[in-house]
Design a protein around this ligand. Structure first.
Ligand code: PNS
Length: 162
């Protein structure tokens, strides 16, 4: 069975992430979406909230599991007996960071964890969690950017009704 891990902050999950998860779920038998538990990054949502939102918006994908991890991705991957990480590429501007991420993980795992890149739909090329958080903080329209369930949680965080 082919398993791949899709790691990230997902603070919060956007339609861009859902697009990558959907594409990956068609290629691999089993996808583990792994939310990084890193309080030093001061995320808007707790790791539990991010996991809950991801479970809700991927409920229709039976081969997708949501989990969280702390520490190094290569250690988590080894624990899960998984050798593939997935990352989405939105635009050329992502490439520098992602190349560094892939080469670092391949090197420090001694070839045990390789990264597979999936390009995102052009419609989401500009989309990031930080952009969504900023728009939501001003009660802007985020209906094209995140699922309705996530939009509600975001507005509540910023003190808006809906
Ligand atoms: O959604 P993000 O913030 O771009 O995801 C980054 C993430 C979580 C994939 C990356 O920071 C990560 O894997 N962190 C765990 C620590 C680690 O393994 N670092 C070494 C590899 S660069």
């Amino acid at each position: 069975m082919s398993t791949a891990i899709y790691p990230g902050s997902f603070d919060p999950v956007t339609y861009g992430h859902v697009d990558v998860i959907t594409r990956a779920s068609r290629i691999f038998d089993h996808i583990i979406v792994a939310v990084l538990n890193n309080p030093s990054k001061s995320p808007l949502f707790t790791v539990e909230e991010r996991v809950t939102m991801l479970r809700e918006v991927t409920a229709h994908l039976p081969n997708v599991e949501i989990d969280s991890f702390s520490g190094l991705l290569i250690d988590y991957a080894r624990e899960k007996n998984c050798h593939i990480a997935i990352r989405g590429l939105r635009a050329i501007t992502d490439f520098d960071y992602e190349l560094h991420f892939a080469q670092t993980n391949s090197t420090i795992s001694r070839g045990d964890l390789e990264t597979v890149f999936l390009t995102t739909d052009l419609a989401y090329a500009f989309l990031s969690s930080s952009t969504v958080r900023e728009i939501a903080s001003f009660h802007g329209d985020i209906s094209m950017l995140v699922p309705k369930y996530v939009a509600k949680k975001l507005y509540r965080k910023y003190g808006y009704e809906d």
